[in-house]
Design a protein around this ligand. Structure first.
Ligand code: KG4
Ligand code: ZN
Length: 324
């Protein structure tokens, strides 16, 4: 099974054989967008168009199979940048038509959840799923396989976006999450006071844009960059961990799947290890956007082909029902 993700700035092509990932190639556009300090949608679409065919050929060659041996073609249907989505989605539909093989359109966030589940195949719902990436910070309750109830989401910036914005303030590159985490290792979080967002809420939302403003003020007041990085990171991690733990208690869940680029953060993993919850993280190569997670989701969730008239969707909620 072939899986394609072109929802943002990574061209991801993955292969899954009997539920096992056999290839997972990603062409990152980070260097190209870095000059602009963020993703330029039109450039992303063009770059996907250039990269995708080569990646599919490379992926097939790496496992010595031919195009006609594919059983199914899956691609991210949404959410994401519409032009970027359309490149991979249309490519996949055309391939499915040409090969006369089934086509499946996948929800990007469900893909992130299945990426994490690949490390713990035995994990069955119910569990919570936190997706924290550059574009999303969503907390879902997953009572049954394929059922998603949105418990909370960010009210402003996504967690990864906050990392990227504060990294930029601190003079680090783009995207700055991993670099900020490295700088934080040299700092002392307790030297800098960051306010914990939404401390008194009874719901399960997140808010990170205030931290960016706080970081700016602290920088002006002369606090050390490494200390700001460390304290900022602790605050984001604490906010995520507290809210998720409280949601788990409220909804009587013992396990949480944590996915998306921010799941790579070491402090986040350490903090959740002390949360009392069973935590499941994706393998390193599947934290960030990739095609293998799309093929995996198709493998686990879909029995039937979808029509080639299916449209891509920039905005597409995953939850079938919201709770608050
Ligand atoms: O899932 P992803 O590849 O793309 C989106 O779907 O957005 O996530 C990328 C995000 C970026 O904001 C990046 O800065 C952040 O994940 N990130 C990290 C770390 N590694 C990547 N944030 C915090 N700590 C990290 N180690
Ligand atoms: Zn993503």
């Amino acid at each position: 099974m072939l899986g394609i993700d072109t929802s943002c700035d990574d061209t991801g092509v993955g292969l899954v054989d009997n539920g096992v990932v056999t290839a997972n190639l990603v062409a990152s556009q980070v260097a190209m967008h870095a000059r602009f300090g963020g993703v330029v949608p039109e450039l992303a679409s063009r770059e996907h168009t250039r990269a995708i065919d080569r990646l599919v050929v490379e992926a097939l060659q790496s496992v010595s199979i031919e195009l006609y041996e594919l059983d199914l073609v899956a691609a991210t249907r949404g959410p994401g940048l519409i032009g970027a989505l359309l490149t991979g989605f249309t490519y996949a539909k055309a391939l499915s038509f040409a090969l006369d093989k089934p086509f499946i359109g996948i929800h990007h966030l469900e893909g992130h959840i299945f990426a994490a589940l690949s490390t713990t195949p035995g994990l069955q719902p119910p569990f919570l799923a936190l997706i924290a990436s550059g574009g999303h910070t969503h907390l879902f309750d997953v009572p049954v396989s394929g059922g998603y109830r949105l418990l909370g989401a960010t009210r402003d910036d996504a967690a990864g976006e906050a990392f990227d914005k504060v990294a930029r303030l601190l003079g680090l590159g783009y995207p700055g999450g991993a670099e900020l985490a490295r700088l934080a290792d040299e700092g002392h979080a307790e030297r800098v006071p960051f306010p914990l967002p939404l401390k008194h809420q009874s719901g399960f939302d997140f808010s990170f844009s205030g931290l960016k403003t706080a970081a700016m003020r602290l920088l002006e007041r002369g606090y050390a960059r490494a200390d700001i990085a460390a304290s900022f990171q602790e605050t984001v991690v604490e906010s995520l961990a507290r809210t998720v733990t409280r949601a788990a208690h409220t909804h009587n869940r013992e396990a949480v799947v944590i996915a998306g680029g921010v799941a790579a953060n070491r402090r986040l993993r350490e903090r959740f290890a002390h949360s009392g919850l069973r935590t499941v993280f994706p393998p390193a190569e599947m934290n960030t956007d990739n095609g293998a997670m799309i093929a995996l989701t198709a493998y686990h969730r879909y029995q039937e082909s979808q029509p080639l008239t299916l449209d891509a969707r920039a905005y597409w909620p995953l939850a079938n029902e919201t709770s608050s």
